[in-house]
Design a protein around this ligand. Structure first.
Ligand code: B4P
Length: 189
């Protein structure tokens, strides 16, 4: 079973993924975490990625797709993947379909965490106070939300038209939200 956890910055994708991997034994691929690990290790890729991330922009599709395919190749044994923060553009989604088709599998469900905009900003500002992330400050958060609406939000329609989008109310306690997600995922298995 392959899932996408989808939503705006700060919608709780990373938070809910942690619980999902425990419950369903899925392999977690967070493109944000992969990029941050390159930045922390000072790799050439990390240096390029940081230029985009610190300004609140997405990194180019081609680069992101190379990283993703490489990560999938490193783990051929997994029984399913939770894609967290990927895809973020229509070309990434189209490429992901092809990549999975080549591997004889597909996306089984897209879990869309829907959170009011004011709450997203509030969460990210709070996280910024402790995370030390270069993109968790007021100016970059506003840019990330603008980029989300322009480049990523159209994916909701992309997956709705393919019958795989499931809207989940993403405000409330972490456990309440997780319970709503499991109701959807348990029906897939
Ligand atoms: P990500 O790491 O994916 O960052 P995110 O969208 O901010 O995180 P997420 O939604 O997972 O929030 P979290 O659970 O932490 O991406 C970072 C950057 O990398 C992007 O801006 C982009 O530049 C680049 N990038 C990544 N993927 C890319 C791609 N595919 N293509 C191109 N570029 C890419 O939650 C946020 C906060 O809310 C936390 O502090 C959490 O504790 C809190 N929270 C969670 N659930 C809560 C709840 N129910 N109630 C209250 N608070 C809650």
């Amino acid at each position: 079973m392959n899932l996408i956890i989808f939503g705006a910055p700060g919608s709780g994708k990373g938070t809910q993924s942690e619980q999902l991997i425990q419950r369903y034994g899925l392999h977690h691929i967070s493109t944000g975490d992969l990029l941050r690990s390159h930045i922390a290790n000072g790799t050439e890729l990390g240096k390029v990625a940081n230029v985009f991330i610190s300004k609140g922009n997405l990194i180019p599709d081609e680069l992101m797709l190379d990283i993703l395919e490489n990560e999938l190749d490193l783990h051929p044994e997994v029984k399913g993947v939770i894609f967290d923060g990927f895809p973020r553009t229509i070309p990434q989604a189209e490429a992901l379909n092809k990549i999975l088709e080549k591997r004889g599998t597909k996306i089984h469900a897209v879990i869309g965490l829907e959170v009011p905009e004011a709450e997203l900003t509030d969460r990210l500002i709070k996280r910024g106070a402790i995370s030390g992330r270069s993109d968790d400050n007021a100016e970059t958060i506003a840019k990330r939300l603008e980029v989300y609406h322009r480049q990523t939000a159209p994916l909701k329609e992309f997956y709705t038209s393919r019958g795989s989008y499931h809207a989940i109310k993403g405000s409330g306690s972490v456990d309440e939200i997780f319970a709503s997600i499991t109701q959807v995922v348990d029906r897939i298995e």
